[in-house]
Ligand binder design. Structure first.
Ligand code: HEM
Length: 151
């Protein structure tokens, strides 16, 4: 249910929020999650915690072994930008394109997706992101699952 609600939000590219309890600013009105959560600062904070978890997970490390590190920093930020901005048109195709060879050549599957989602949830928890935003972000991730797994 939540995923469906969020899918609609992704398409509209906006979410309506009462106030931002997390991040530097407290605003009201219609904002993207990216804005509500604190923009680039929030992405930076989340990236460090998240990738420590992902790269420390033996199930996932093999996928990142051959990834070029300069680009990886950009890619790490892009991961959160996709989820926080809920970027809509093109996000599914972008995710399909970026992960198709991992599915084909390295066996990227539900199991790996589940592990990444668990680390994402734990990261957002650690950063004390409000529950309603965590739900929306996890919904956004779930909504991209079939694209990531090229189904
Ligand atoms: C909703 C879930 C996911 C999102 C939003 C996401 C997002 C992204 C983004 C934005 C990129 C960078 C693409 C580019 O511009 O080059 C990327 C690359 C990558 N992702 Fe994901 N990803 C997700 C799930 C996963 C999962 C489950 C894995 C499993 C290990 C994974 C492994 C990778 C790897 C290894 C790369 C680098 C590929 C390469 O350049 O060789 N991703 N992902």
């Amino acid at each position: 249910m939540l995923a469906i609600v969020w899918q609609e939000n992704i398409k509209g590219c906006r979410v309506t929020v009462a106030s931002a309890a997390w991040g530097a600013s407290r605003k009201t009105g219609s904002m993207t999650i990216y804005e509500e959560i604190g923009g680039a600062d929030a992405v930076n904070a989340a990236v460090d915690i998240f990738y420590e978890k992902v790269l420390g997970d033996p199930l996932l490390t093999p996928f990142f072994e051959n990834v070029e590190m300069g680009g990886q920093n950009r890619k790490q930020r892009a991961f959160f930008t996709v989820l926080f901005k809920g970027e809509s048109d093109g996000a599914e195709a972008y995710m399909r394109r970026s992960h198709a060879s991992l599915v084909r050549d390295r066996g990227l599957s539900d199991e790996h997706f589940g592990a990444v989602a668990t680390h994402l949830n734990a990261t957002l928890d650690e950063l004390q992101v409000p529950d309603h935003l965590i739900s929306q972000i996890m919904g956004a991730a779930a909504g991209l699952k079939n694209a990531v797994l090229n189904r």
